[in-house]
Design a protein around this ligand. Structure first.
Ligand code: FES
Length: 102
């Protein structure tokens, strides 16, 4: 496992998410009042781009059919998604967002 630098922390404003490819994986980097979190950017219902969803606290809503996911755990909170997205350890080091990829 190793930490991969993703972007300057200032590039993802609080209350927003952004798409990045990290080690070949599409990730949604989410910035809530609690900090930065990284989840797979592919909704487990039908592949919707979660980074384009609305972030409300630590929940993000898929823009396609409205499933909500917990950005901390990746857990699917509402239908139509039932399977979690993968969540990755995330930190800020020297002003940069880093994600731990195994
Ligand atoms: S693709 Fe995300 S809820 Fe359907």
């Amino acid at each position: 496992m190793s930490w991969v630098k993703v972007a300057p922390a200032a590039d993802v404003a609080e209350g927003h998410a952004a798409a990045y490819e990290v080690a070949g994986r599409p990730l949604a980097i989410c910035h809530s009042a609690d900090g930065y979190y990284a989840i797979d950017d592919i909704c487990t219902h039908d592949g919707g781009p979660l980074d384009q969803g609305r972030l409300d606290g630590n929940r993000i809503e898929c823009p396609r059919h409205g499933a909500k996911f917990d950005i901390v755990s990746g857990k699917a909170l509402t239908l139509p998604a039932v399977r979690p997205v993968r969540a990755y350890p995330t930190r800020v080091e020297n002003g940069a967002i880093e994600v731990e990829i195994s």
